[in-house]
Structures are given as structure tokens and as C-alpha cells.
Design a protein around this ligand. Structure first.
Ligand code: NDP
Length: 446
């Protein structure tokens, strides 16, 4: 990183103390930008970097609700509207006890560049709350969502800011949030939220899109080395929306996926994960990954508390949460013959792990490129809402596939253009950044 970039980065760190995940995400982008800054002095003259690191608007609010025992609970809600150069703010809501401003800002910052890479007209934002939906009744989740939306509704809209799901926010939560928005505003504004149910404004393929997209991106990377998913031994972390659909897609392409996990532990299924059983346990019954081991029988081992990254694999798809895969895990995976990593989650690999993968020449697809299929399909949902249309599964999946192939191509081409062939991290950061920077330049100092 050159001296000018370092100075700007350090100022961002100073102005946002204690937000370690945000610092990590900013640092990673800045590390890629030196060659771009050298070619485009106009970005520095217009203070594009400083502006891109400062959210356009940050909203923090109280979310009071009453639990089933009649006790008042208070959570903290967030929406960070980061950048609207390319379109309305767009990004998910995360409900997890670990959520604080630094997490929301890291996710929002990543989202700016990810959304730009999709080529769709969407800006970057993110939100959530330190609410834990696990173990709560449906009625408690509904009351929480209604209270959350009672504040959030005034900040969002089809042309302003369009939230979606993330960790802890799936179809159930989006339903309750949409219902409350409609009730308060007296508007059936379908395009205000994405991830809606099929039959009331949702898009086919949206539930599958992030996991499918990550596998499609990995497939494109493998192709550059004359390889495919067929016969690969794949490790997946997590057992939520992204993980389950990544497992399904990888297996449909001939891979054997042997792991899945949750915050309690992981399973190894040497026969290959039974996706339908996993869906039943996690999506229908809202159970734990340990239940899968009990129900599936003898081919499966369950390891409480351990890391899924201790298991041998040729392809790794981290699909749980940030910083779940560290340098020790990376070294182990490389020893076991790893050839590719595609990040289904946001920033699941630590900076040190990413560096090890890159030094080893492993194919490495960063989250802002590899998991962009989710938000891209959200933008397709917005298109369908705007035209009051509903596309078939096949048509929507075709659009998703084209988008992932294009993202792969533009990351690869940008890396090549800047003298770093095969470096998808640099390609994604530079290409995403310049798309946003050029729009910001055109729109003046705002
Ligand atoms: P879900 O809530 O559906 O699933 C999350 C999974 O990760 C669960 O298995 C959960 O286990 C596990 N997990 C969450 N936090 C932790 C933790 N601190 N330690 C260990 N395991 C954890 O979320 P999604 O599948 O939607 O999201 C997963 C990742 O993908 C996130 O990084 C998200 O930002 C990213 N992403 C999601 C998109 C989407 O469309 N949904 C789009 C792009 C990125 P447990 O149940 O025990 O908490």
C-alpha cells in the first residue's frame, strides 16, 4: 500500500474506533487499489476513497418488544445506507447477538462493491439487530420484526433503500417485516424488500441464489484450470440458506459434499450430504446439525465445538460467518490437497488465510464476487416487482448463471489488466471500486 493510501486508511481507522471487522474489510480493499490510484489521479482529487468509506447515512434505533412471558426486551437496530451512486441502497438485515455497528459497516462496505460487480442498478447498504431468533417462538419473532419495522419503515422504499435477508433473517422474518411495512404505509410496495415468498412478490431462485451462485463462480474458476466439480471432495461450513443451496448445487454437478456445521459443531458424512434431510431438519424443523447425525445414521460423525476446516477437502465453500477460517485451517486444507475456495459467506477467511491461499496458487473467489448471486437475484426480484411480472425458475436461473459468469470474467479480466492474473481479490476490488468511483465522479461532490 502506498503512503497516500496508508494515510487515508489510518484516518478511516481513527474515525471508526473499535470497529475491527470494518477495518479488516477496508484494509483488504485498500491493499488492492494502489495500481488503480496510480492510473486514476482524478479519484484522489475528488476524495473518492475518503467519501466511499464514510456512509451516506447511519441509523441506530431502539427496538422494544414483549416476550412470551410478558417481559419487556430491548434490542438495538441498525441500518447503514452506505453508497447510492449506482442505485437505491441494497443489502440484507442480519439478526444475530454479535451484531454491532462495526459488523453492519463491514457488511455494508463489502456490499457497495459486490453490488457494483453484478452490473445491476443497486447501491450498497446493510442493517440488522443484536436480536437472536434462535430459540424464540414465531410470535416473539413476529413482535420483534413488527417493532423493528415500526422504526425502519421511514428510512426505506423501492427507490430509497431495499433490505433483504442475511444471517437470522429468512422467509419468515421477511414476511413479518413486509406485513408491518404494508400496514404502516398503506402501500403494497412489493419492491421495498426482497426475499419475499413466492405468490406475494418473491422471485423463484432467490432462496437458492447465493449458494448456487457461489458454486457457479467456483465452477468458472475451476474451468480456467481445465477442472470441474465432478469428483471433487467438498467441505461446506454452515447449514443455513447459503450452505444448503451450495451443497445442493455442488452435488448436482457431481461433487461429494462431506460436511456441514452450525455454531454448535460439525458433521462429516462420507456418503455425501443428504440435502433433503438437511433441509427438513434446518428449514422446516429449525433443528440443529447434531440432529442430522442422529437421523442419518452410521455414515455420519458429529464433532461438537470443532472446526469443519479440520476435514480434508479439494474444494472449500465457507458459508457460515466472518473470520471462521484462519491461517491454521488454511495450512491444513492446503496440506490435504485443496485446489479452490469460494466464499459463500461474507469475509469468512481471515486476511492471513487468504494470503496463504493466494501464495499457494489456490483458486480463491472472494465473497464480494462469489456470493453476489444472492443480491443479483434480489435485483431480478425488484425487476419483476416493477413490471408486475413473475419469471419461471429456468429463466431466472439462466439470468443468475449469466451474471455469475460475467462477474467471473470481469474480475479475471481486471486482474489481468492490472498485471495480477488469477488474483480474483484484486480483480473484484478494482473493478467494483472503479464502477462506483466513476458514478460518484459524474454525480459531483455529494
Ligand atoms: P443463515 O442464518 O441461514 O445461516 C447461517 C449459518 O451459519 C447457520 O448454520 C449458523 O449456525 C452459522 N453461523 C452463524 N454465525 C455463526 C458463528 N458465529 N459461528 C458459527 N456458525 C455460525 O444465514 P445465511 O446462510 O443467509 O448467511 C450465511 C453467510 O452468507 C453470512 O456471512 C451472510 O452474510 C452471507 N450471505 C448471505 C446471503 C443470503 O442471500 N442469505 C447473500 C450473501 C452473503 P447457528 O444456527 O448455530 O447460528
Amino acid at each position: 500500500m502506498d503512503a497516500q493510501l496508508l494515510e487515508i486508511r489510518d484516518e478511516v481507522f481513527r474515525r471508526n474506533p473499535g470497529e475491527t471487522e470494518f477495518h479488516q474489510a477496508v484494509n483488504e480493499v485498500f491493499e488492492s487499489l494502489a495500481p488503480l490510484s496510480a492510473r486514476h489521479p482524478e479519484y484522489a482529487n475528488a476524495a473518492i476513497l475518503q467519501r466511499i468509506c464514510e456512509p451516506e447515512r447511519q441509523i441506530i434505533f431502539r427496538v422494544p418488544w414483549v416476550d412470551d412471558a410478558g417481559k419487556v426486551q430491548i434490542n438495538r437496530g441498525f441500518r447503514v445506507e452506505f453508497n447510492s451512486a449506482l442505485g437505491p441502497y441494497k443489502g440484507g438485515l442480519r439478526f444475530h447477538p454479535s451484531v454491532y455497528l462495526g459488523i453492519v459497516k463491514f457488511l455494508g462496505f463489502e456490499q457497495i462493491f459486490k453490488n457494483a460487480l453484478t452490473g445491476m442498478p443497486i447501491g450498497g447498504g446493510k442493517g440488522g439487530a443484536d436480536f437472536d431468533p434462535r430459540g424464540k417462538s414465531d410470535a416473539e419473532v413476529m413482535r420483534f420484526c413488527q417493532s423493528f419495522m415500526t422504526e425502519l419503515y421511514r428510512h426505506i422504499g423501492e427507490y430509497t433503500d431495499v433490505p433483504a435477508g442475511d444471517i437470522g433473517v429468512g422467509g419468515r422474518e421477511i414476511g413479518y417485516l413486509f406485513g408491518q411495512y404494508k400496514r404502516i404505509t398503506n402501500r403494497y410496495e412489493s419492491g421495498v424488500l426482497t426475499g419475499k415468498g413466492i405468490g406475494w412478490g418473491g422471485s423463484l431462485v432467490r432462496p437458492e441464489a447465493t449458494g448456487y451462485g457461489a458454486v457457479l463462480f467456483a465452477q468458472e474458476m475451476l474451468k480456467t484450470r481445465g477442472q470441474t466439480f465432478d469428483g471433487q471432495r467438498v467441505s461446506v461450513s454452515g447449514s443455513g440458506n447459503v450452505a444448503i443451496n451450495a451443497i445442493a448445487k455442488a452435488q448436482s454437478l457431481g461433487a461429494k459434499v462431506v460436511t456441514a456445521s452450525d455454531s454448535g459443531g460439525y458433521i462429516v458424512d462420507e456418503a455425501g450430504i443428504d440435502v433433503e434431510l438437511l433441509r427438513q431438519i434446518k428449514e422446516v424443523e429449525r433443528g440443529r446439525i447434531s440432529d442430522y447425525a442422529v437421523r442419518r445414521g452410521s455414515s455420519v460423525s458429529y464433532v461438537p465445538d470443532g472446526s469443519v476446516w479440520d476435514v480434508d477437502a479439494t474444494v472449500a465453500l465457507p458459508c457460515a460467518t466472518q473470520n471462521e477460517l484462519n491461517d491454521k485451517h488454511a495450512a491444513r486444507l492446503l496440506d490435504s490437497g485443496l485446489i479452490a475456495v469460494a466464499e459463500g459467506a461474507n469475509m469468512p477467511c481471515t486476511a492471513e488465510a487468504t494470503a496463504l491461499f493466494q501464495e499457494a496458487g489456490t483458486l480463491f473467489g472472494p465473497g464480494k464476487a462469489a456470493n453476489a448471486g444472492g443480491v443479483a437475484t434480489s435485483a431480478l426480484e425488484m425487476q419483476q416487482n416493477a413490471s408486475r411480472d413473475a419469471w419461471t425458475f429456468e429463466h431466472t436461473e439462466e439470468r443468475l448463471t449469466d451474471i455469475m459468469v460475467n462477474i467471473h470474467e470481469s474480475c479475471a479480466a481486471t486482474a489481468e489488466e492490472y498485471g495480477m492474473p488469477g488474483n480474483y481479490v484484486a480483480g473484484a476490488n478494482i473493478d467494483g471500486f472503479r464502477r462506483v468511483a466513476d458514478a460518484m465522479l459524474a454525480q459531483g461532490l455529494i
